[in-house]
Design a protein around this ligand. Structure first.
Ligand SMILES: [Zn+2]
Ligand SMILES: [Zn+2]
Length: 131
């Protein structure tokens, strides 16, 4: 086998598949492994869609979710308001549908809950009116 792998420590050429330098025992894969690591160290999994995104990004480029929860405050307000309105019945469908149309997956999740809540309270309202 051709000795093509150069030891970065002593300069000795080693066989391509050898992991350690035959002369000084230095790890030959050191430079091979640090490179991919560097590119993945700065990548994190998006907590919302699980795609790899740069660690310092404020917003996921795949699902559009804000990674800083404080940036999602406009949604937070409408989510809380939506829950309050959903107790009043059919009226709750408005904020629920609003949340369902948001890009944010967490807003969508709350939208589904509020949709169910407003339907339940809506039917309860009808039931109460009959008696
Ligand atoms: Zn060496
Ligand atoms: Zn995402």
């Amino acid at each position: 086998m051709a000795k093509t792998k150069k030891c970065m420590d002593c300069g000795t050429f080693n066989e391509q598949d050898s992991k350690f330098c035959e002369k000084c025992g230095n790890s030959l894969n050191q430079n091979d492994t640090t490179k991919p690591q560097e590119s993945t160290v700065n990548m994190i999994d998006c907590p919302f869609c699980g795609q790899k995104i740069p660690m310092n990004s404020e917003k996921c480029s795949h699902c559009g979710e804000w990674l800083d929860p404080s940036k999602d405050n406009p949604h937070g307000v409408s989510i809380v308001l939506g829950y309050i309105i959903s107790i009043f019945g059919w009226l709750g469908l408005i904020p629920a549908i609003y949340l369902l149309t948001r890009v944010s997956s967490s807003a969508k999740k709350h939208g589904v809950i509020q949709l169910v809540l407003s339907i339940i309270f809506g039917f309860l309202g009808l039931f109460v009116n009959f008696y």
